[in-house]
Design a binder for this molecule. Structure first.
Ligand code: GUN
Length: 292
């Protein structure tokens, strides 16, 4: 069994990005600038956005954190997005999800200039991705593709089962795994809450990508010997023995499933760090597209 090490791989990708940024500096060019908008004070979102900003510093990007209160109105947020769209110094920005309930998420994502949409959530980018045109691939699916590619996991002709149809992970992943090219050419089954006999389907899978948000959902008796497991879950499970009061659990029962797997991502240290590295990669691409 081989661990798909997201800490190591994301570190390599960040080093590669830092080299490109250094070259930009040497040539007297502007370095990439990422902005992150955080509305409200959700603990997990604060942690994620903090990690994104720190990662920018590590690779030499400029970063801006825009923090807005929980009571922000939709109009106020749309106004801020407009400012970021028009600010030439900012190459890419993200609006951290979830948003408070008074704000319509779709309206917000539609307001982001597609050329600065480094999360790849705008319908223009999603559509272009599905049509294999130049776009921004959402960071988590992009990170999963990179892990599969860099560990030379074979996907061609394999049966990939995706569990969960979220717009951020499951749905785009199902499209990307069936595309032509590396980390693609797979036969894909997209499963969700109405899927019948899930275990029968997962037992036929060569590759399983789980993005449900249910801790330790996938058990050893649901998979075949030699399966490749990608665990996208990051749930905070209360744990009194930990100083933080919680531990992070994935969607896979790692202890038992890893014994049958040929490759598996751990949680933490698997897909999570890859998401941040690929957000940086998308921001670098956004900068490069502006100058090419
Ligand atoms: N919330 C959970 N994942 C993500 C992500 O990849 N991007 C943004 N903006 N919000 C998220």
């Amino acid at each position: 069994m081989i661990i798909l090490d997201g800490n190591k791989t994301s570190s390599e990708i960040k080093d590669e990005i830092a080299i490109d940024v250094n070259k930009m500096k040497e040539h007297g060019e502007k370095v990439p600038h990422l902005a992150a908008v955080l509305v409200g004070d959700d603990g997990a979102s604060l942690t994620y956005v903090g990690s994104k900003v720190r990662a920018c510093e590590r690779v030499g990007f400029k970063s801006t954190l825009v923090q807005m209160s929980t009571t922000t109105t939709e109009d106020e947020l749309l106004q801020k997005i407009n400012e970021l769209n028009e600010n030439d110094d900012i190459d890419g920005f993200i609006v951290q999800l979830p948003l408070p309930e008074q704000i319509d998420e779709q309206k917000v994502l539609m307001a982001v200039d597609p050329s600065k949409d480094v999360d790849g959530f705008h319908p223009e980018n999603f559509g272009k991705m599905a049509l294999e045109m130049e776009s921004f691939i959402p960071a988590t699916p992009f990170g999963i593709l990179q892990l599969l590619e860099r560990y030379q996991v074979k996907t061609k002709g394999k049966h990939t089962v995706v569990i969960g149809r979220s717009h951020i992970v499951g749905r785009p992943m199902s499209i990307l795994m069936s595309q032509k090219g590396n980390a693609g050419n797979s036969t894909v089954t997209l499963t969700h809450s109405y899927t019948k006999n899930l275990s029968e389907i997962t037992k036929q899978a060569d590759i399983i990508i789980v993005a449900l948000g249910i801790p330790e959902f996938l058990k050893a008796d649901m998979v075949k010997e030699g399966v490749v497991i990608i665990d996208v879950g990051i749930s905070r499970v209360p744990d009194e023995t930990h100083s933080r009061g919680y531990i992070i659990k994935g969607d896979v029962d790692f202890e038992s499933v890893s014994k049958k797997a040929s490759f598996i991502t751990p949680v933490p240290g698997g897909v999570g760090p890859m998401t941040i590295a690929m957000l940086l990669k998308n921001t670098l691409i956004a900068r490069q597209r502006k100058t090419s």
